[in-house]
Design a binder for this molecule. Structure first.
Ligand code: HSE
Length: 336
């Protein structure tokens, strides 16, 4: 190669589950992980892969390409094609997605890593094929499908938890895009503590009682259509977002969760259509058409009055975004 090449990869953050859709539903939101990559001519004097990072968790973020989730993912995908990183390249990661808060930061990093490999390795993987790699690494389809494809999605895996093979089989999972009423926006109420997904999954039971499963299935079926209807029916959506499969078991990890869900309702807060834990938490996701400030302030107040000094939160009002991961290749070398 005699010329540099440059690409800018953007991946939205996501919210998963949306109440009853545990490990099924995902929503792409308007806060983006960005990875800028420049590949330099390999005939320059020395080989160097330079990684820089800014954003959430900057102080402790590893820049070791074998450990950083974006580059580690890219290295794995490249290895499936007997390729490695180009000898001389720079990668700059800008990540405003809060880590460990239930907004899909890991999923977005994995999606970016696959797109990075696709660019630097000239792999020409379609998005469906990228999804196969992504689902091999991250076995919950909800966050990653939304991050890759955008919008409001439902996904499944054909075979649970596929092992990391050299090259994954085609069609590891599948997904559909669901309708979304344009007037519904997402308010993320984000506690200032991290919760590992691993811990939030360990507290879930191995088996469920039939009535709880039926409770979720009935609501899930309605929710997937109700969120696409305009104008939205707040009472229907609020009830359809009630969950019995994960939120009740996670409530002790997120003090304030039951009170937020039971007291912030469409009748107490006009404009609200539904409220739930975002992914594995601890962020709470309120869906609303208006009255965003009041809904957010009251949820923050509930967190603030929890025992032992309360829980600090920040709020982000986010749009639901149609586009998932984008990789824009720029023929002009950017100034470094
Ligand atoms: N559906 C997942 C969970 C989201 O709630 O555990 C995090 O991957």
């Amino acid at each position: 190669m005699t010329q540099s090449s440059y690409a800018r990869i953007t991946v939205p953050c996501t919210s998963a589950n949306i109440g009853p859709g545990f490990d099924v539903l995902g929503l792409a939101l308007s806060l983006y992980l960005t990875v800028e990559v420049t590949v330099y001519p390999s005939d320059l004097e020395s080989d160097l892969v330079r990684i820089t990072y800014e954003g959430d968790g900057e102080e402790n973020m590893t820049l070791d390409p074998e450990v950083n989730l974006v580059t580690k993912t890219a290295i794995y995908v490249l290895s499936c094609f007997d390729k490695t990183f180009p000898a001389r390249m720079s990668i700059h990661i800008n990540n405003p997605i809060p880590l460990g808060r239930g907004l899909g930061s890991s999923g977005s990093a994995i999606v970016a890593g696959v797109a990075l490999a696709n660019f630097v390795g000239n792999l020409n993987l379609s998005k469906d094929r990228q999804l196969d790699f992504i689902l091999q690494i991250e076995s919950h389809p909800d966050n990653v499908v939304a991050a890759l494809m955008g919008g409001f999605v439902a996904g499944y895996l054909r075979n649970p938890a596929p092992s990391l093979t050299k090259e994954p089989p085609v069609g590891v999972g599948s997904y559909v895009r669901l309708g979304w009423a344009q007037e519904i926006k997402a308010i993320a109420i984000i506690p200032q503590f991290e919760l590992s997904t691993e811990l939030a999954r360990k507290v879930l039971p191995q088996e469920y009682v039939k009535s709880d499963v039926i409770h979720n299935l009935q609501r899930l079926a309605i929710l997937t259509t109700a969120l696409g209807q305009s104008p939205p029916n707040a009472e229907t959506i609020y009830e359809a977002m009630q969950d019995k499969l994960h939120q009740p078991y996670r409530k002790h990890l997120i003090p304030g969760l039951p009170e937020i869900i039971s007291t912030i309702t469409p009748s107490s807060h006009p404009g609200l259509v539904g409220i739930c834990l975002s992914g594995a938490g601890p962020t709470m996701l309120a869906l609303a058409t208006h009255n965003f400030d009041k809904i957010a302030a009251d949820a923050q107040a509930i967190f603030a009055r929890q025992p032992d000094g309360g829980i600090d939160t920040i709020v982000k009002l986010l749009d639901i975004v149609e586009d998932g991961c984008q990789c824009v290749v720029d023929p002009v070398e950017p100034k470094l």
